[in-house]
Design a binder for this molecule. Structure first.
Ligand code: ADP
Ligand code: TPW
Ligand code: MG
Length: 565
């Protein structure tokens, strides 16, 4: 009898991923997963090798957000695993489907703490930061492990999942037939969640009684890809809407019903607020306090039942997936039943106009050196005709001004620091977005923010991705003009090198570097870089005095007597 064919853990992992239509891995190679990366590439998957696991993880997370397939991050044991964990936790916090697959060392040695190479009890370390964590201890369980990880990442509120593969499992052999039979193709990993008709009726009744209704769109709405239903709901009801940062572009920012330019006014005045895929977390002042009307009532559409009432009582919860919820609402609402008052719409229009005029005055000024307004105006003007371009944005002032000044015209094109306000997502998100979309990306980065992932400039150049990085170089965290309060020679804690030539970094890897001090040069450099389709970095010299401490969230910053002087 001929010996039956055998396979091994490496092959089974790749087969399991491919069977589930996962075609891309972001990672850093090393023991024990080097051959897994090689094999994935040999078997036709794309593998993107990074300089640090955190950026690989951010790329995987944002790929998951954009594609509704879990993004895969592959890491080595212990330190590589931990480097990736920040990104996996970030995916969980933001609701992005992602799986971090990590190799791990010998369990017998790890559990007795006998000092293995890169020893760490990874699965248990991962648990508090993930939606789910699994470990595979036998090669015949790989298929199930991958399937459970995919379902956990995608179902309900998406999140980050950890999948531990021991070195032993990767190298273990199994008969090919048994291996093939052990694979699992996940059926319907994110099933529709139809709302109850009572919940839909309750929400409609509440909205029908409103004079000053408001819709808030969050990144859950963007993630749901129910773009047409959401737009139809907003346009048929005529209710003004406010996009949260990453929901910008779901309806274009210049849509007549956008209340973004009257944000504080509408939050303070609305009598019924409908949250669609947005949490009442710190980004909305928890729905309480001076920003909000104390008598406002809430409708909340969310797939996660336990989100309801988390911060403020919700009068009309709709627990459902957004696509189904919007379809049911559209079907159930009678024409004209929901109708914002004319006075409300007039008041918003007036406030928008006043604020737009104030903004225009700032944007039209041409101070020397450039400030955030004039630099962002230049970028806005280039991007105005390019709704397809992805915008990545991080920093403090660079983020806050960027969000307000750069209009978005298409869904899911704005990717930023998100729920955690995290620095370091820049290059990973830019790479993930460029890879899954094939479109150009403009990353608008504070000089501090870029530092967290700057070495990935080499990754961008190595894979020749169409990414243009605009560094807003104001010489520091928030500002570049702080002084050492002890009078010594060391720079202040927030100060970075003003003279830094970040453009030279990309030149070291063959990309195009630009150094600009005026908006017209920035505009020209950006247009040229985008036309070339090649990696580029524009060092934008910004007035070190232009920013404010902590950007728009100064109120969250506890201050000592040092700052009060
Ligand atoms: P933002 O920061 O933009 O306000 P959040 O991340 O706070 O958005 O909130 C997104 C919400 O959307 C989460 O509570 C999540 O459970 C929910 N969500 C994600 N996907 C869906 C979906 N497909 N259907 C319904 N709700 C969803
Ligand atoms: C992982 C704290 C918030 S914003 C910021 C830091 C360090 C940088 C702001 O400076 P930048 O922008 O980028 O130059 P600008 O335009 O205001 O000058 N570590 C992590 N995340 C956060 N949020 C911080 C530190 C922080
Ligand atoms: Mg800065």
């Amino acid at each position: 009898m001929a010996p039956s064919a055998v396979t091994d853990g490496f092959h089974i992992v790749v087969d399991a991923l491919k069977l589930n239509e996962i075609d891309t891995i972001y990672g850093v190679a090393g023991i024990p997963i080097t051959d897994l990366a090689r094999l994935a590439q040999a078997e036709g998957m794309r593998y993107f090798g990074f300089r640090h696991e955190q950026s690989a993880g951010y790329a995987a997370g944002i790929a998951g957000y954009l594609t509704r397939k879990p993004g895969i991050c592959l890491t080595v044991s212990a330190p590589g695993f931990l480097n990736g964990m920040v990104a996996l936790a970030n995916a969980t916090v933001n609701g992005f489907p992602m799986i971090q697959i990590s190799g791990s060392s010998d369990r017998a040695i790890v559990d007795l703490q006998q000092g293995d190479y890169e020893e760490l009890d990874q699965m248990n370390a991962a648990k508090p930061y993930t939606k789910a964590a699994f470990r595979v201890n036998r090669p015949q369980d790989i298929g199930t492990g991958v399937a459970r990880a995919i379902r956990a990442a995608l179902s309900g509120r998406p999140g980050g999942v950890y999948l531990d593969l021991t070195a032993d499992v990767l190298s273990a052999t199994l008969e090919a037939d048994a291996a093939a039979q052990s694979l699992v193709k996940v059926v319907d990993p994110a099933p529709r969640h139809i709302p109850s008709s009572e919940s839909v009726q309750r929400a409609i009744r509440l909205l029908a009684g409103a004079e000053r209704p408001l819709i808030i769109l969050g990144k859950g709405a963007a993630y749901s890809q129910a773009d047409n239903e959401i737009r139809k709901w907003i346009e048929t009801t005529g209710v003004p809407f406010l996009p949260m940062s990453m929901a910008k572009g779901l309806l274009p920012d210049n849509h007549p019903q956008s209340a973004a330019a009257a944000r504080s006014f509408v939050l303070g005045q609305a009598d019924v607020v409908m949250l669609i895929g947005a949490r009442l977390n710190w980004l909305l002042a928890h729905g309480k306090g001076p920003q909000w009307s104390p008598t406002a009532k809430f409708v909340q559409v969310d797939i996660e039942a336990t989100e309801i009432d988390s911060n403020r009582p919700i009068a009309a919860p709709i627990v459902a997936d957004i696509g189904s919820a919007m379809s049911c609402l559209l079907e159930a609402a009678k024409p004209g039943q929901i109708k914002p008052s004319a006075a409300w719409l007039d008041a918003i229009a007036k406030r928008k106009q006043q604020n737009a005029e104030r903004m225009r005055a700032h944007l039209d000024a041409n101070p020397v050196p450039m400030n955030f307004y004039s630099a962002l105006r230049a970028i806005r003007d280039v991007l105005a005709d390019r709704p397809d371009i992805y915008v990545v944005n991080e920093g403090a002032n660079t983020l806050d001004f960027g969000r307000n000044i750069i209009d978005m015209h298409a869904p899911r094109r704005r990717l930023d620091s998100g729920t955690w306000g995290v620095m370091g997502i820049g290059m990973g998100y830019a790479i993930g977005a460029a890879v899954v979309s094939g479109k150009p990306v403009v990353a608008i980065e504070g000089d501090s923010a870029l530092g967290f992932s700057g070495m990935e400039i080499e990754t961008i150049c190595r894979y020749r991705l169409p990414i243009v990085i605009a560094v807003f170089n104001n010489g520091g965290i928030y500002r570049g003009d702080d002084i050492n309060r002890g009078g010594g020679a060391d720079p202040a804690p927030t100060v970075l090198m003003k003279e830094a030539r970040y453009d030279k970094l990309i030149e070291a890897f063959g990309g195009a570097g630009y150094h600009v001090t005026a908006p017209e040069n920035l505009q020209q450099a950006l247009s040229e870089a985008l036309a070339s389709g090649k990696p580029a970095l524009i060092n934008c010299v910004i007035d070190p005095k232009a920013g404010t401490e902590s950007g728009h969230i100064q109120k969250l910053n506890p201050k000592s007597s040092l700052s009060k002087s």
